[in-house]
Design a protein around this ligand. Sequence first.
Ligand code: PGA
Length: 254
Amino acid sequence: MRQNFVAGNWKMNLTLPEAQALTIELMELLKADLTAARPQVVVCPSFPLLMAVGQLLGDSGNPALGAQNFHQKESGAYTGEVSAKQLQSVGCEYVILGHSERRQQFHEDDTLLAEKLKTALTAGLKPIFCVGETLETREADETFDYIGQQLAAGLFHLSKEEFGGLVIAYEPIWAIGTGRTASSEQAQEVHAFIRAQVAAAYDAATAADTTILYGGSCNAQNARELFSQPDVDGGLIGGASLKSRDFVEIVKSF
Ligand code: PGA
């Protein structure tokens, strides 16, 4: 279902008391702004914080709880790893997949991501699947080819039914954590391209129904301009999701 959507990726930040304090602030601020039109909000803390944050979020489904990663196998002898089913059992509804930090620093390639995607869907988790080009790729004018390839290899092996539960995030790597945001025109151009690729792989109705987020130095100042673009349905927020007021300002930017 296509919807306005804001997800906070807390990355490897916050201790338990800090995460609890941030969640309580968020809930207070969101409660004060309880408009019927509120977008779907998701927060994605690190593993040890999930249960405590989930308890504070409650079970309304909005805000919802998401994880940042999991292991591709269902269960077994994988010391130190966390399964999709375990995440689902502690209240996670969403999981981030294909984030550039995992692709680059943890060597997650298309084959692994395809396996993870199937595992997530089988466990009943909704993936937030990230794609995005490096600065080099953009400067070589190869952004569309690159993103098209990431979508084809990473996502389009799914059946139309499987694809239906999915959120896509366009995150240009040069914009992540750099303070350098894509312009709203740059974001719109890639988002429209992604939607067209989905239409070609499945059909126009599936494309029209797909939620596509922008991520990369999105903040309280630039969110409104980005979210006003016709194919930008919201944001995947890193740094600015760690400050309750900034994050809620972003949530209110539709
Ligand atoms: P940023 O991170 O908002 O800090 O740039 C976005 C992300 O990595 O999802």
